[in-house]
Every structure is written in structure tokens, then in C-alpha cells.
Write a protein of this length. Sequence first.
Length: 238
Amino acid sequence: MSKHSKWAKVKNDKGVADAKRANVFTKLGRAITVAAKMGGADPAMNFHLRMAIEKAKESSMPKDTIERAVVRGTGTGEGTLIEEVVYEGFGPGGAALIIHGLTDNKNRTLQNVRTILSKKGGTMAGQNAVAWMFEKRGILRVPMVGDGEQQMLQLIDLGADDVREEDEGFTVTVAPDVFEKTKAAIEAAGMKTDYAEVSLVPKESVTIDDADERAQLDVLVDALEDDEDVDDVVTNVG
């Protein structure tokens, strides 16, 4: 996905300005809350919670803030209910969009997403209008160490379905049901994974040849991701 690849997004988040840090913490906290709600409060037994907490720690989220988010997810702490929402749409150049949100007010989030799409050249779409173009995959980011070609072959041997070299490392994709096992195997082999997540990816990527339309798509995705309730935006544009 070029500028909005999973790895690019992580790098941008880590370098976020102080003015946006509160917004980032809000999103990370909601992800922790939802993960705890779905799989329990013990990170050792809840892989998604463990991943959410690791991401929060990478962004220097305070320990007590993380703990409060976990407690909210168990229903034993104070705070409003956080729910997942998923919207589908189209962007400039016919790009397909999946917009994933974590919100305490679904009506507000829907209105915000509609407004951003309308102002930035996108449109809302009905359920499954574009969802069929995507599939869930495990995504891992592995820094390059030593002989890149040899490391790529080793990653394939350890269970990677696909390995792409980019930004002095590798983006590894695997089936969701072997994601945790593959991550553990990579780390046991002495390699780091500085990003790991199960997310939607396009079954087939498309290109937008018109430079203006591509720039408009980047602006639209940035605007959506800046919204406090939007957790992630995925497109089928490579």
C-alpha cells in the first residue's frame, strides 16, 4: 500500500508530534479495551491483548493508562462502552476503502466518516461492497540482519507465506491461524519482530496512475486516520 503500508503507518505513529500524542493514546487505549473485552485481561492468555499492549508501550503510553484500559475491557472499571465499527467506501481513483473504528458513540463516528469522505473526494458504500476484495492476514515486520537473501529464505522456512524486502527489512505475511506460532518461531531464531498485527490486506492491489488522484487518496486516508474514532484504514491501492 505504498505510503499507507502497515510499516509506514507504524513509523509515522512513532514519530508523532506531541500535539497528536493524546489522540494516539486514545486509539491505543481503545484497542486494549476491546482486546481485553474479547479475550480476557491476561496478556499471557490473550494474544491480541498482548499485541495491543506492546504497541502501546512502543508509543510510550504510561503503565497506569494501559492498566486502566485493560480494566475497562473487563467491565469492572469506570468508563463508557467501546465498540468496534467497520465502514466501507470508495476513494479517488476508485480505490476501495475499509475503515475500522473503535468508538464510544457510533452515531458520531458514522457522521464524522461520512463528512470526511464527502469533503475529500470519497463516498460511503454498502455492506460487502468492497469487503470481498480483502482478506485477513498476519503481518510481521522483521529488520534485516546480515545476508538479506539468506534471511529471506530462513523466514520462508519458518512459515512465511510471502516475504517482501522494504525499508532495510522484511514485511512477512502469514495465515492468521499460524500468526502467533510464526512470530514465536522467528523470534526463537534470533530475529526481532518490531511490528506484528492481524489485519485486512487486499487480495489484489491496484494502481492509480493519475498523480492528482493518488495525492487526493493520500489526503483522504490521512484525514480519516486523524479522526479520534478511526483505528485503521486499508485500501487496495499498491
